[in-house]
Design a protein around this ligand. Structure first.
Ligand SMILES: Nc1ncnc2c1ncn2[C@@H]1O[C@H](COP(=O)(O)OP(=O)(O)OP(=O)(O)O)[C@@H](O)[C@H]1O
Ligand SMILES: [Mg+2]
Length: 356
């Protein structure tokens, strides 16, 4: 097991700085997921680890070795791409063996490693087929198998599931998580899909515009977002954000008022508040339809096991909250909503979460 260390890494393309002075430690054996919106620099960062791009500044270390100065093939990493790039004229077996043959691995060893990986990925019956005779999901497993036979110090995945349909994506997520548990190899997985990040990661690295916003376990990132950006990016539906005015201090904590007049007692210490505009953040599951603010249903989104209700408060601001799957409600119906202030977040004018 090998740890991965990025030290003050920057990347410029011409005048544009895509990665800015980024430092990150990924302990050995972690399943780290780089999560962030399109264009934030996830692939660029992964490609620098793989050796497909050179950093403009900084160092990358894998275990005891500095790798950013080493040829890609000698870094001990294996990368799996969104477009799996299998050789169409080769069988699955030949595709998986190709890298090992290139470095002169003995024939028996290649046979053994390919068989082991094929067994693990349940593609043994497909070894004599060509990629054109496989489904997308099977091809993706071959691409992963090709990485496994190299026995890398670290696996690098760049959105390997985004070409798969929803059912296969969720199955492959589980397979990858199990693979990681079995192999205990360090994995770095890039995605803009927060469900993938939440379900597979042991540690999520949330990125925005070439910088790290937060590093944490899935539940740390979900429950204790460090910034408004993280709060809004992680979680479905997205967290509700409402501008609020501070009203008073109660027991050392901050009470705020929504634009419709509703007062909410938060757990944010009153003496830590910055001057300037405050934003309240509250998730759908923390707004409950009991005696509270007046609202009117505008959209009903049925997801099966739960229903998302979008409702307008008296001042016209919209919030989304949770109901059970079989709730009976109609568009236009008046509802009363209570906000659980103990689970709410407050953000300062700079977008930072205000905490105790
Ligand atoms: N070779 C290049 N030359 C110039 N700009 C580039 C190059 N490669 C990437 N960029 C820019 O760097 C930024 C980050 O790109 P990157 O591919 O790392 O984003 P990403 O987070 O992987 O996005 P996505 O989720 O869409 O794959 C983007 O603004 C992109 O246009
Ligand atoms: Mg990318």
């Amino acid at each position: 097991m090998t740890n991965l260390s990025l030290r003050q890494v920057s990347k410029r393309f011409g005048h544009v700085e895509v990665i800015r002075d980024l430092s990150l430690e990924i302990p050995a054996g972690e399943f780290a997921v780089f999560l962030g919106p399109s264009g934030c620099g996830k692939s660029t960062l992964l490609r620098m680890i793989a050796g497909l791009e050179a950093p403009s500044a900084g160092e990358i270390h894998l275990g005891h070795m500095r790798i950013d100065t080493v040829r890609p093939g000698d870094r001990g990493v294996a990368m799996v791409f969104q477009h799996y790039a299998l050789y169409p004229h080769m069988t699955v077996r030949q595709n998986m063996a190709f890298g090992l043959r290139n470095i002169g691995t003995p024939r028996e060893e290649i046979t053994r490693k390919v068989a082991e990986a094929a067994e693990m990925l349940e593609i043994a019956p497909l070894l004599d087929r060509k990629p054109g005779q496989l489904s997308g999901g099977q091809r993706q497993r071959v691409a992963i198998g090709r990485a496994i036979v190299k026995q890398p110090q670290a696996f690098l995945f760049d959105e390997p599931l985004s070409n798969l349909d929803a059912a296969l994506r969720s199955r492959t997520r589980i397979e990858l998580a199990r693979l990681h548990q079995r192999m205990q190899t360090t994995m770095v997985f890039v995605t803009h899909d927060q469900v993938e990040a939440m379900t597979m990661a042991t540690r999520i690295v949330v990125m925005n515009q070439g910088r790290i916003e937060q590093v944490g376990t899935p539940m740390e990132v979900y429950q204790q977002p460090r910034t408004r950006f993280v709060a809004g990016f992680v979680g479905t539906p997205a967290m509700n954000f409402l501008p609020v005015a501070r009203v008073e201090e109660r027991g050392g904590h901050t009470v705020v008022r929504l634009p419709d007049g509703t007062e909410i007692a938060t757990l944010v210490p009153a003496d830590r508040l910055p001057s300037g505009d405050l934003t309240l953040g509250i998730r759908a599951e923390h707004i409950v339809p009991v005696e509270g603010a007046e609202a009117r249903v505008i959209v009903i989104e049925r997801l099966g096991e739960r229903t998302l209700i979008y409702a307008d408060l008296r001042d016209g601001s919209t919030v989304v909250y949770d109901e059970p799957g079989d709730v009976r409600l109609e568009i236009g119906q008046p509802v009363r909503l209570a906000f659980d202030g103990t689970a709410a977040h407050l953000f300062g004018p700079d977008g930072m979460t205000l905490r105790g």
